[in-house]
Design a binder for this molecule. Structure first.
Ligand code: ZN
Ligand code: ZN
Ligand code: ZN
Length: 146
């Protein structure tokens, strides 16, 4: 699934395929994710109609996460941010991510590094590993140039 919106994506169809009830707001929300790398609740609010309240946004985000549409990504201040999932990878709430993330120290945007897997560390004596995350920080292309 491509991140960039080429204008030909049927968002309602994607929601239907994932078993998400399609409201006008949810279609709008999915479109936002296709156009942006990652989004926080606040950013979703800023980009949505005033008629949409916070609860609706939280519920929609939770639903999207449960249906394998978006996943939580690391962020600068541990503010919850989400990014679009690769549709083939994640089925329902079973997110099968094994990619790294890049956090920009200037614009605070988080990028999924689809081609960079977390290192394969299985056993360290005396430690039991539950999760392993590859997080890189620095400046994204846009911020590096400015
Ligand atoms: Zn996922
Ligand atoms: Zn940046
Ligand atoms: Zn990611």
């Amino acid at each position: 699934m491509k991140i960039q919106n080429d204008g030909n994506i049927d968002f309602a169809l994607i929601l239907a395929k994932k078993g998400v009830s399609k409201t006008k707001f949810r279609i709008h929300l999915l479109e936002l994710f296709y156009n942006k790398r990652s989004l926080s609740v606040k950013e979703v609010m800023n980009k949505s109609s005033n008629l949409i309240n916070k609860v609706t946004i939280y519920r929609a985000l939770e639903c999207f996460e449960e249906k394998g549409l978006i996943h939580k990504v690391p962020s600068i201040n541990n503010i919850i941010r989400y990014s679009l999932c690769n549709s083939d990878e994640c089925i329902g709430s079973l997110h099968k991510h094994n990619h790294g993330h890049f956090i920009c120290n200037n614009c605070n945007q988080t990028f999924c590094l689809e081609n960079y897997k977390s290192p394969d560390i299985k056993d360290i004596e005396g430690f039991y590993i539950n999760s392993l995350n590859l997080i890189l920080e620095g400046y994204c292309k846009d911020c590096h140039l400015n």
